[in-house]
Write a protein that binds this ligand. Structure first.
Ligand SMILES: O=C(O)C1=C[C@@H](OP(=O)(O)O)[C@@H](O)[C@H](O)C1
Ligand SMILES: C=C(OP(=O)(O)O)C(=O)O
Length: 433
């Protein structure tokens, strides 16, 4: 059993400012894309967390130089678009689905062999969703359980990859990105179409690297690329998925009035703000500015929340925020009904199952459905101090911590997994105890 962490209830409202650490999705992509260029790229506000370090280690194993100037500043120097080199050993993608799935796309058209492994959680997660379309393009990728699970080996394809027109069965930025990245090494055009638009960091950032994309509705088309041109510097915006914990804490802890600094507000990620506002939250965007991604400071003040309903259409815009939205719903008046969230079953854990199993120990008010949750609210005075298990899922651990801090305290087993996406999370939380 990993570390047990006790979280104390927060007695007064949250006040002051919180600087939100760099976006995980953008951090991954910044190292991957810079590593495909031949000039030095400086990456600032890089998220120094375990998942992004899996990507750094992976790119290093492929011959890319990554220097850490300090914890959050990297200098990346690749060997050009055709300059990746065969790794000398197996690459460990750790806990990171984004690392593994996007790298499969980058490696599908390479002329050398790469084998991946990962931790127990990643070894359970479905990889057929990427291996199938890449195989249709001519890639030769093998894995356990009929090419569905880690360990996975990307074998050099006998012939060049061919573009495809692929209708994705689910909205997933990782699947979309893997296909687009493979499409950069494929003959002809590669088109992906999603049921709903997922986060578009890959598309925006590739454009920033001089790659041309055509967009139409939820379809994106890419053609073969010979060279990517790196910007000199990439500034990673703050991660709204990390800000989400404070958006909810500030909304449900009485007397709170906080400002979350430098948060990315790309509209493919801001579903959490829309849902909290629909629940009556007091959230204001300040100092909105535009870089490669739009950024703002976000002011959040305590408000009386009420229940809401939402489903598949907004899900890709808040996919990682369901655990913390569940906490908000437990404090809101009335019922919250979440549908279209089946993808949560294939994250670091089956998050729908873990939410019902663990949050109900604090207050039995959540019913799991096949693709969602039904939460009975107004539980502020019905919470018990329980010992709950994160199941090594970082977003579950942080949501449990906010649930405890906003109520009567909590003990969290396997608490250290916050290092996957937000290593300073507990440090900031204890500032308010
Ligand atoms: O592309 C990305 O950076 C991510 C996409 C999402 O996964 P899916 O594409 O599997 O939905 C999200 O859950 C994950 O945290 C990061
Ligand atoms: C699902 C997540 O990440 P990944 O798929 O990259 O492991 C997450 O961070 O919640």
């Amino acid at each position: 059993m990993g570390a047990l962490k006790e979280i104390q209830p927060i007695k007064t409202g949250l006040k002051g400012e919180i600087l939100i650490p760099g976006d995980k999705s953008v951090s991954h992509r910044s190292v991957m894309f810079a590593g495909l260029c031949d000039s030095e790229v400086k990456i600032t506000n890089f998220l120094h967390a375990a998942d992004c370090m899996s990507t750094v280690n992976c790119m290093r194993a492929l011959g890319v130089k990554v220097k850490e100037l300090d914890e959050n500043t990297l200098i990346v120097k690749g060997n050009g678009f055709h300059g990746l080199q065969e790794p000398q050993s197996i690459i460990d993608a750790g806990n990171s689905g984004t690392t593994l799935r996007l790298m499969m796309g980058i490696l599908a058209g390479q002329k050398f062999l790469t084998t991946f492994t990962g931790d127990a959680s990643l070894s359970r997660r479905p990889m057929g969703r990427v291996i199938n379309p890449l195989s249709q393009m001519g890639a030769n990728i093998v894995g356990r359980k009929e090419n569905k699970l880690l360990p996975i080996t990307v074998i050099p394809a006998k012939e060049s990859l061919q573009g495809i027109d692929y209708q994705m069965p689910m909205a997933s930025a990782q699947v979309k990105s893997a296909i687009l990245l493979a499409g950069m090494n494929a003959e002809g055009k590669t088109t992906v179409t999603e049921p709903y638009t997922s986060r578009d960091h890959t598309e925006r950032m590739l454009e920033g690297f001089g790659v041309k994309l055509e967009k139409s509705g939820t379809s994106i088309t890419i053609s073969k690329v010979e060279k990517m041109t790196a910007p000199k510097e990439i500034h990673v915006p703050g991660d709204i998925s990390s800000a989400a914990f404070w958006l909810v804490a500030g909304s449900i802890i009485e007397d709170s009035d906080i400002i979350l600094k430098d948060v990315g507000i790309n509209e493919t990620r801001t579903g959490i703000i829309d849902v909290l506002k629909a629940m009556g939250a007091n959230i204001e965007l300040l100092n909105v500015r535009d870089e490669v991604e739009p950024i703002a400071d976000i002011r959040v003040r305590y408000a009386k929340l009420h229940g809401t309903s939402f489903g598949a259409d907004i899900m890709p815009r808040l996919i990682d925020e369901i655990p913390i939205i569940t906490v908000a719903s437990m404090f809101a008046e009335g019922e919250t009904i979440i549908t279209g969230a089946g993808e949560l079953r294939v994250k670091e854990t089956d998050r729908l199952q873990v939410i019902t199993d663990e949050f109900n120990k604090v207050c039995p008010c959540i019913k799991g459905t096949q693709d969602g949750l039904i939460i009975t609210g107004s539980q502020r005075n019905n919470l018990q101090k329980a010992v709950c298990n994160s199941h090594n899922d970082h977003r579950i651990a942080m949501a449990l911590a906010i649930l405890g801090a906003s109520g009567v305290g909590i003990e969290i087993e396997n608490s250290e997994c916050v290092n996957i996406s937000y290593p300073t999370f507990y440090e900031i939380l204890t500032r308010f105890e």
